[in-house]
Design a binder for this molecule. Structure first.
Ligand code: HEC
Length: 248
């Protein structure tokens, strides 16, 4: 048995021990609480300090976040120095600007009223598309022709019909004012191959451009396939292969 004095001393010691323990706890917990507090002050992802294109920005003198392009800058893959391949235009022709740049504001060029040659003598000489190339910029192989057929059937046949008479399902269901062109008309039989490339690239009257869906090479392959369609519908005696073909 402890005496009364001893009991008092023991309870004093227990109190002191409890006090020390709570001090230790406070010292350990406080820094943890601080850490949690400061990690709450993080920067949210939507507030990243970065320059957004063309957004106002006080960092540069001219007040915009975008830097002006160095003169003559060409985006990667857009040099397109080969006019014949990319524009379907003769490299010697006067118009040095690409069709995209000469496009009038507010849409595609309207389909010009082309004067059909009146006599067969004129037919060969009067070319309404003097700037357009007459030959393909690369040799067309059998595989190119097959790919052209496949692409034509995907992108063009819906309006122009599988055989190119302008009687595709979309035309029959109402897209017919003007109706999609019939490829088997004299003007298009005699048109240089570059004209077909041009129509696909820039659109023609009511027809939209297919440049975003059909790659440059595929546009030439489709043009080759259209030539084949035209030849397939010509009587042998009216088939001036050398003039119309242009296939290397
Ligand atoms: C949505 C329907 C539609 C599709 C798809 C379409 N065309 Fe046309 N196309 C037209 C119409 C309509 C015209 C006539 C435009 C006019 O005269 O205003 C036309 C005209 C043409 C012409 C004649 C241009 C001239 O000199 O008169 C060619 C060539 C042509 N398209 C090729 C193509 C090729 C190649 C494709 C596939 C890449 C294609 N089209 C896809 C509707 C279409």
């Amino acid at each position: 048995m402890l005496s009364c004095k001893e009991q008092k001393a023991l309870s004093r010691m227990q109190k002191a021990a409890r006090g020390r323990l709570s001090r230790v706890l406070v010292f350990c917990l406080l820094p943890t609480a601080y850490c949690l507090l400061f990690s709450g002050c993080r920067r949210d992802m939507q507030d990243q300090p970065k320059a957004i294109a063309y957004r106002e920005n006080s960092f540069y003198k001219d007040g915009t976040g975008s830097r002006p392009l160095v003169e003559g800058t060409v985006p990667r893959g857009y040099l397109r120095a080969d006019r014949e391949l990319y524009l379907g235009k003769k490299s010697t022709s006067g118009n040095q600007q690409g069709p995209m740049l000469t496009q009038p504001a507010g849409g595609q060029p309207t389909a010009p009223q082309v004067q059909l040659p009146t006599s067969p003598v004129n037919a060969a000489s009067a070319n309404p598309y003097p700037d357009d190339v007459e030959t393909f910029p690369f040799a067309i192989t059998r595989d190119d022709m097959k790919r052209g057929q496949e692409r034509f059937n995907i992108y063009c046949a819906v309006c122009h019909g599988m055989t190119g008479y302008g009687d595709g399902i979309v035309a029959r269901r109402g897209f017919n004012q003007p109706s999609p062109a019939n490829y088997h008309q004299d003007r298009l039989r005699q048109a240089p191959i570059g004209h077909f490339y041009d129509v696909m690239t820039n659109g023609w009257g009511a027809m939209p451009s297919y440049a975003s869906q059909v790659s440059v090479e595929d546009r030439w392959r489709i043009a080759a396939y259209i030539r084949a369609l035209q030849l397939s519908q010509m009587k042998p005696e009216t088939n001036p292969n050398a003039r119309v073909g242009g296939i290397k």
